[in-house]
Every structure is written in structure tokens, then in C-alpha cells.
Design a protein around this ligand. Structure first.
Ligand code: FDA
Length: 544
């Protein structure tokens, strides 16, 4: 139904910009805004002179580090209420040489959904108005729009199914579906059910020609690419159809902090063997901070069933009945996310606002061989330095690791013991220099103990320290992109670049870490001459 609705809307949009020019330095802002206002109601367009421009921009900035006077802001913000508005923005952008960036929940760790690192004229398509969730309980599926948060998705699905169906995605309820799903998306169900993109069965995409494409129309390679390769490289994903997964009406959870004085180094060292090898129904992650390791769990069963498993497999943690709480799965998301040890009402899943008090920088690693005990002792030394950050380690194994590396662009599967997330935060307004230095120094220290060739990183934990695109002839370079692309995607990077070459060879959808287009040389030479289509078609010269 949703696809039909979108298809009907496509007819309302002019498609004369099919072969419009690729944005360059000669962007025509005035003509672009004029084109927009001819196709989209003015109340959905916010130019820099609109009184609400700043508040609309800030509404989904999650990292105040990228909300400063020096931040490169969009020329305007468009808040579509239907697909035709997103299509029109792309078509106007192509015609008048203005790129678009897309924002769903605004949680990008480097702010790439709403800011450009270099001066650039771009428009922001903000999907905050497109956030419906339509659950089909009988089929155990749902359509969810990209502007919904995962909290809204979880709330709708658990309400519609009486807490029997859920969706395996991230823990933080305010993450936007659009950026989160298109980058992989994992949460506490990763060992039982894998990650969000393992359960996406259809999607609706606006491509660089302004077309509205479902799974069949976008083709196998592009549908593969948007499930983990980052939506921003391929277009605007408006909606996703997902397969829901069953859970028991009550699940069990514990949060148990262990101090270094009480043996955190030993327990954490042991966790590396145990965490990735537990039954798939049990997930235990660890938040590692100055002097503490806090063990947080989700078990798809009762406390009575969990306790013998813990006694048998991980007695070092000393879990007893007093540590364990039973609750619905929806409650467990908030219980673990907030981590206060107190139940939180499930309606809090619908809260879209987050704090703007702290800025942050993150990085990530994958561990394939357990880190020796003495190294963990040294890591606790790093966490005791001035201006320290934290680490979160998520165990893999089970369903996430059973999927072949090439099945989706997310390649961190078999053989991964766990993921490391490094974060350092500081009060908004400070420059954060010591905090960023801490994270970079720790990342350098960790090199011998984590995955190598490539040193893997999780795309959704965006880190511009890994590298940025180099633009050659108005197209991002495939070769230069390898430096960051192979860390996020391993061998899937090349296939992503080929998919990009199919759907957006002109590199219209581009940011500092978008996939560069790769077009086979034979295909380029078979193309009609530039003069026929009225603009330069391909700048890609690299051979594959
Ligand atoms: P945002 O809107 O900033 O978009 C991120 C990127 O995707 C941008 O490049 C953007 O252009 C692009 N994009 C967004 N919507 C698009 C669309 N509709 N079509 C095409 N491209 C689109 N991750 C995880 O796996 N598990 C977790 O538990 C968490 N937890 C978490 C907590 C917090 C507080 C933060 C800040 C982040 C996480 N993350 C996470 C990381 C998260 O998955 C990642 O930042 C996502 O990209 C966020 O998606 P948003 O839509 O919110 O971001």
C-alpha cells in the first residue's frame, strides 16, 4: 500500500531534470529556491532568513560540537510531508547545481547529515514529518518511515502485538530509522536475531534522478547497498519494510557494576571468552569506565531460567536473584539504555528530544582475538587519565556472526568476538581538545590488540579520523575512498562503489564519507556522447 501511495505521488512531480547537471561551484542558490517554492508548500521550506530556520536546524542536532558559528549550515531546510517533496528537492537540486544532505534522526557522530566539513552550498532534506509506522501483525512485518525514531518503532510494534513482536535494532530510542538502518544497526538482540538490515525486506528510495523506487525497481545491487552501506550515497530512503521477530512476554535483565578493586580486570578478561559463546538468548555487554566495568544483560526468558546459565557459564560475575529483574522487552530497552536500575515507563520510547549539553567524539574497533589481561589492566590506566572517555564492548557470536560477510554491506560477522565503541564527551561550548586527543591516543595504543588489514570499524560509529573522500573531476575517488571504505566495509567496498556507479554515477549524493561511484570502463565507452544528454556524464576514470 505504502509503495502504491508513493508511486501515485511520483506522477505529481516533473521529471524534466532527468539529465540535469551535477552540482559544481556554480550552484545557483536563488534559482534553486525558486524551483523549490514552485513545487513544495512554502511552510515546508526554511531558508536561512526564515525566523524558525535555527530552531528547525537545531531540533535534530545531537552533537553540539557541530552547532557553532563556524559550522557550515545548509542553504535551506525542506521538511517533506510526502514523497513528491523529496523528489522535487532532488530534481531542483540537480537542475540548479545544489546537492542535498538527508537527515532522519540527526545522530550522525560527525554531523554529516546536516553540516558540511568544507564550505559548500547544500540543502537539507529533514524527514522529521515522515515518521509513520504501519504494523501488520498477521504477517509479522511493518512499514516504517525513515523519520521515525527506533523508539517510535518499538512502541508501535510492541503495542500492536501485545509485546510478542519486536525489531532487532539499536538501544538508544531517539536514533532515526533512516540513518540507523542504512548503516547496519545493532542492539541487544544481535546475538539472537542479528542486525536490522538482516530483516529489511523492502524499501522506498528517491534516487538522484528524482525517481521513486521500491526494491524491485531499484534492483538487487542497490537494494543490497542501502542495507548497511549508508543511505546517503544512494539517495533518500523514505521507508523500510521490515520483518518482525518474536520475544517472550517477559524478558530478564541485570545491570551489575564491578569495580577494579573487586576484580573487574579478571571478570572482563573472562567475559571475552564467555560473552560471544553464551546461548544466543543471552546478551551481556560491558560499559568500561574509570575504575569500573558494568555488565548489562538481556535474556529472552525468566530470571529462574537465567540464573543457572549464569552460575554455569559465568560464575565470576556472581549474579544472584537480587540482581535480576523481569519486564517486557520494550521496558528492557529503556531499563538498559538509561541504566539507572529503575523501571522507566514505555511511553518514554516516544520521546524524541535529547540533551544538547555535551559534545562528543567516538571511534570503534573490532576484536577477533581476546585481549590479554595485562593489556586490560593498562586500558584501565587510560580510563584513569585526565579527561577520560568510556568504552562499550558488545559481544558478537550467534546470529550476527552466522550471516556471510557479503550478504549485506555490514561485514563484521564470523570470527568477531566483540565490537569496541570509544566515546569521550565534554561540556558543550568547550573545544574538547584534550578529550579528542585522549580518544586518538587510546585508539593508537589499541592497534596491536584489534583487527588488522583492515582495522575494521563500524560505519554507524562514524569517524572522520579514518579518512575522507578526495574529489577528482567533481567525482569522489574510488581509490582514495579505500582508506576509510575498506575499514567500514572490507571486501564489500568495491561492490558498494559499483552499486553507486549504477544508481548515481555523477556522485550527486555525496558527503565526506559517501561511497564513490565506480563504473566499468567498458560501460563508460558504450555511453551516448555527452552532447546528446546535455551534460558531462561520467568523471570516473579509474579502472576496475
Ligand atoms: P542522521 O540523520 O544524522 O543520519 C546519519 C547518516 O545517514 C547521514 O549521513 C545521513 O545523511 C544519512 N541518512 C539519514 N537518513 C537517511 C535517509 N532517509 N536516506 C538516506 N540517507 C540517510 N548505532 C547502533 O547500531 N546501535 C546503537 O545502539 C546506537 N546507539 C546510538 C546512541 C546515540 C546516542 C548515538 C548518537 C548514536 C547511536 N548509534 C547506534 C549510531 C547510529 O546508528 C548512527 O549515528 C545512525 O547513523 C543514526 O541515524 P540517524 O538517522 O539518527 O542519523
Amino acid at each position: 500500500m505504502a509503495v502504491l501511495r508513493f508511486r501515485a505521488l511520483v506522477l505529481t512531480v516533473c521529471l524534466v531534470c532527468f539529465y540535469a547537471p551535477t552540482p559544481s561551484s556554480s550552484a545557483s542558490s536563488g534559482d534553486f529556491l525558486h524551483c523549490l517554492s514552485a513545487s513544495i508548500p512554502s511552510k515546508l521550506i526554511f531558508t536561512q532568513s526564515s525566523p524558525s530556520f535555527t530552531s528547525v536546524l537545531a531540533a535534530y542536532i545531537r552533537n553540539p560540537r557541530f552547532s557553532t558559528p563556524g559550522t557550515v549550515r545548509p542553504l535551506c531546510i525542506v521538511r517533506p510531508t510526502n514523497a513528491s517533496h523529496a523528489q522535487a528537492t532532488v530534481l531542483c537540486g540537480r537542475r540548479h547545481g545544489v546537492r542535498v544532505r538527508v537527515r532522519s534522526g540527526g545522530h550522525d557522530y560527525e554531523g554529516l547529515s546536516y553540516r558540511s566539513v568544507q564550505p559548500e552550498t547544500f540543502a537539507l532534506v529533514d524527514l522529521a514529518n515522515l515518521r509513520s509506522v504501519r504494523v501488520d501483525r498477521a504477517r509479522a512485518t511493518a512499514w516504517v518511515d525513515s523519520g521515525a525514531t527506533v523508539g517510535e518503532l518499538y512502541y508501535a510494534v510492541t503495542k500492536a502485538s501485545g509485546d510478542r513482536l519486536v525489531f532487532p535494532a539499536g538501544l538508544c530510542p531517539t536514533i532515526g530509522v533512516g540513518g540507523h538502518f542504512s548503516g547496519g544497526a545493532f542492539g541487544l538482540l544481535l546475538r539472537k536475531y542479528g542486525i536490522a538490515v538482516d530483516h529489511v525486506i523492502d524499501a522506498v528510495l528517491v534516487d538522484a534522478q528524482g525517481r521513486l523506487l521500491d526494491k524491485k525497481a531499484m534492483g538487487r545491487e542497490v537494494f543490497w547497498a542501502i542495507r548497511g552501506g549508508g543511505g546517503e550515497s544512494f539517495g533518500i530512503v523514505l521507508s523500510w519494510r521490515v520483518r518482525l521477530v518474536p520475544v517472550p512476554p517477559k524478558v530478564a535483565s541485570f545491570i551489575v557494576p564491578v569495580s577494579v578493586n573487586d576484580g573487574a580486570v579478571d571478570v572482563l578478561t573472562k567475559w571475552q571468552e564467555v560473552g560471544p559463546a553464551l546461548p544466543d538468548d543471552l546478551f551481556i555487554r560491558v560499559i568500561v569506565t574509570n575504575g569500573w566495568a558494568s555488565f548489562e544483560s538481556l535474556y529472552l526468558g525468566t530470571c529462574d531460567a537465567l540464573l543457572p546459565v549464569m552460575r554455569g557459564r559465568f560464575p565470576e560475575l556472581g549474579i544472584n536473584r537480587s540482581h535480576c529483574r523481569e519486564m517486557s522487552w520494550a521496558e528492557s530497552v529503556l531499563y538498559v539504555y538509561v541504566g539507572s536500575g529503575q523501571p522507566i515507563p514505555v511511553t518514554d520510547l516516544l520521546n524524541r528530544t535529547t540533551s544538547m549539553d555535551t559534545s562528543y567524539k567516538v571511534a570503534s574497533d573490532y576484536v577477533r582475538r581476546a585481549i590479554p589481561r595485562d593489556v586490560w589492566a593498562e586500558i584501565f590506566g587510560w580510563l584513569a587519565k585526565p579527561d577520560p572517555g568510556i568504552m562499550i564492548v558488545d559481544p558478537y557470536g550467534g546470529a550476527i556472526s552466522a550471516v556471510p560477510e557479503a550478504a549485506t554491506p555490514f561485514p563484521h560477522r564470523g570470527g568477531v568476538l566483540y565490537n569496541i565503541y570509544y566515546q569521550n564527551s565534554w561540556a558543550a561550548g568547550n573545544d574538547g581538545e584534550p578529550n579528542v586527543r585522549w580518544i586518538r591516543d587510546l585508539y593508537a595504543f589499541m592497534a596491536p590488540y584489534v583487527s588488522k588489514n583492515p582495522r575494521e570499524a563500524y560505519f554507524n560509529y562514524r569517524d572522520l579520523d579514518l579518512g575522507r573522500n578526495v574529489v577528482v573531476g567533481n567525482v569522489s575517488s574510488y581509490e582514495a575512498g579505500k582508506v576509510w571504505g575498506e575499514k567500514y566495509f572490507k571486501g564489500n567496498y568495491k561492490r558498494l562503489a559499483l552499486a553507486k556507479g549504477k544508481i548515481d554515477p555523477d556522485d550527486y549524493f555525496r558527503n565526506e564519507q559517501s561511497i564513490p561511484p565506480l563504473v566499468p570502463v567498458s560501460f563508460i565507452s558504450n555511453r551516448v556522447p555527452d552532447s546528446v544528454v546535455g551534460h558531462k556524464v561520467y568523471g570516473v576514470k579509474e579502472k576496475i
